[in-house]
Design a protein around this ligand. Structure first.
Ligand code: XMP
Length: 521
């Protein structure tokens, strides 16, 4: 097992994902986890993440020095006698600082691509070209290494971008090997995990299932009479979650689907049928459409729409929760990366509906179960395949919790919902017919709050405009607009104008994220 100690980096989970992709189990814990606890876990190696602090600041996060010479467990006796450590960015600066080197602010901070040069045969750099692109993001850097360290590689702005202790297995990288832009970052992490730590590639997604099932059962057994109330939307994440929770606690799991009135055409029926016919268990449906629509009446501000929908959801789920029940949510890593790091001190970037105050309070009571929170979408799909969930369910495109409410710009009315439902169904039908559905991250229609002039038959019209959005993405953090074939766009436009009443114009959104977002609200 490789342990990642998190110093508040936005990238900690990317490191974990990389290590898991080598079939090596990996766990993230806060930087201040006690030495006793770490020893108990018997890690084969430790990675110290980056972080926003500076080691020069008073009170900046530190580790216990005893970690630097932590004896390895008996079973790992081969290789180094102590647990290898790799410090990344802040993690490296911390090692250098603790061992008597000097860390200073750079005269100019270094962000973005840099050229790494080396001539080293160290196992950490095996297979890494002598000149290679790496990605930097730092203010501070090690300007003098501890006496027992040596530099293995440098960049133009940082002569000790890779360094190590001469005898102990302590390494530091000033750059981020976990991000996509470091071209051989995966190779460096792989070298650390296999060449330095001697890990073996024997961890599988099946182990993740077994581990989650065992942990969930243990939590349930410790809480007398408790059930798991499980929020189901029919999307990939909540379906995998519900199947996983059902496997762990079938009789004590209560999956709930809420019809919030802003779902796509036939959504509720499709979801209920999928569970009943194809997944082998039933989900309880709560029909709350009119209640949501009442609360949304007259609301045009996107954030207010989100807040209202989030609040109604919370009210419904909390009414179902008995005093010691658990709430299970399909929160994924990208959901929390932009809000709060669930296991460390990452800075908050954006709030999320899975992190509203009521849920945070429940988390404090240890009553929230989020087994997917360390996974990315592609990993969740792999997990779903292992659980026997049909492929077409797992490859459904994501659909936001606030549903069509954030795709009807301006006020939500029944008439506007009807128009958008029809337009959206046409987009999906045509994208499927063109064999593009699974290639796109999302494809959908948006109803704009403007009217345009048109001509239909012999008369002029003054009617609605629909925007079509289709994007490619791997994790929704960045996205590019899809270069759809013209004839597919033409069919979509023509069908929407002909079949959706009150629409006389269709436009295609050619913006990418950033700076735009995927949704329009
Ligand atoms: P944006 O629009 O921020 O969306 O680029 C990124 C991804 O998140 C989805 N999304 C949401 N999902 N509640 C959700 O459950 C929301 O409030 C929400 N807003 C955006 C969006 O569909 C895309 O996949």
């Amino acid at each position: 097992m490789i342990l990642i100690l998190d110093f508040g980096s936005q990238y900690s989970q990317l490191i974990a994902r990389k290590v898991r992709s080598f079939s090596v189990y990996c766990q993230i814990l806060p930087f201040d986890t006690s030495v006793a606890e770490i020893r108990g876990l018997a890690p084969g190696g430790i990675i110290l993440s980056g972080g926003p602090a500076s080691v020069r600041e008073k009170g900046s996060p530190k580790i216990d020095r005893r970690l630097l010479t932590l004896p390895r467990a008996e079973s790992q006796a081969a290789g180094f006698p102590t647990v290898p450590i790799l410090g990344l960015c802040y993690g490296m600066q911390l090692l250098v600082h603790l061992l008597g080197g000097e860390v200073k602010p750079q005269s100019h901070s270094e962000y973005g691509r840099a050229m790494l040069r080396h001539n080293s045969s160290d196992p950490l750099l095996r297979g890494v070209p002598k000149r290679d692109t790496v990605w930097m993001s730092h203010n501070d850097a090690a300007v003098r290494l501890p006496s027992e360290w040596r530099a293995l590689a440098g960049t133009g702005g940082c002569s000790q971008a890779v360094a190590r202790h001469r005898k102990l297995p302590l390494y530091g990288l000033q750059f981020h090997p976990e991000v996509h832009h470091t071209s051989h970052g995966g190779q460096i992490l792989r070298n650390f995990v296999f060449n330095v730590c001697g890990a073996s590639a024997d961890w599988k997604m099946a182990d993740y299932i077994e581990q989650t099932v065992t942990e969930t059962r243990a939590r349930l057994d410790a809480a007398r009479g408790a059930r798991i109330v499980c929020a189901v939307s029919g999307g990939v994440d909540s379906t995998v979650l519900a199947v996983l929770m059902h496997r762990a606690a079938s009789g004590r799991c209560l999956p709930i689907f809420v019809d919030n009135g802003v779902l796509r055409a036939n959504e509720a029926q499709i979801v209920m049928r999928n569970f009943h016919d194809r997944l082998g268990f039933d989900v309880k449906m709560i029909n709350a459409g009119s209640r949501f629509l009442r609360a949304l009446r007259g609301i045009t501000d996107p954030e207010q729409k989100r807040r209202i929908i989030g609040r109604e959801f919370v009210n419904i789920f909390f009414r179902k929760l008995r005093p010691n029940d658990f709430l299970a949510q399909g929160t994924l890593y990208p959901d929390v990366i932009e809000s709060v790091n669930v296991r460390g001190p990452s800075a908050t970037i954006k709030t999320h509906h899975n992190r509203v105050p009521e849920i945070l309070a429940l988390m404090k009571q240890n009553r929230v179960i989020e087994p997917l929170r360390e996974l990315f979408k592609d990993e969740v799909r792999q997990l779903g395949l292992q659980l026997g969930i049909p492929r077409d369910v797992l490859w459904r495109q994501p659909f936001p919790g606030p549903g069509l409410a954030v795709r009807i710009l301006g006020e939500i009315t029944k008439g506007r919902l009807d128009i958008l439902r029809l337009a959206d169904a046409i987009v999906i039908e045509e994208i499927r017919a063109a064999g593009l559905y699974e290639k796109l991250w999302q494809s959908f229609a948006v109803l704009l709050p403007v009217k345009a002039v048109g001509v239909m038959g012999d008369s002029r019209t003054y009617a609605n405009v629909v925007a079509v959005r289709a994007v490619e993405s791997v994790d929704a953090m960045t996205a590019d607009f899809a270069r759809l074939p013209w004839d597919v766009l033409a069919r979509i436009a023509s069908r929407i104008i002909n079949e959706a009443p009150g629409v006389n114009r269709v436009v295609y959104d050619v913006s990418s994220k950033p700076p735009s977002t995927i949704e329009w609200e």
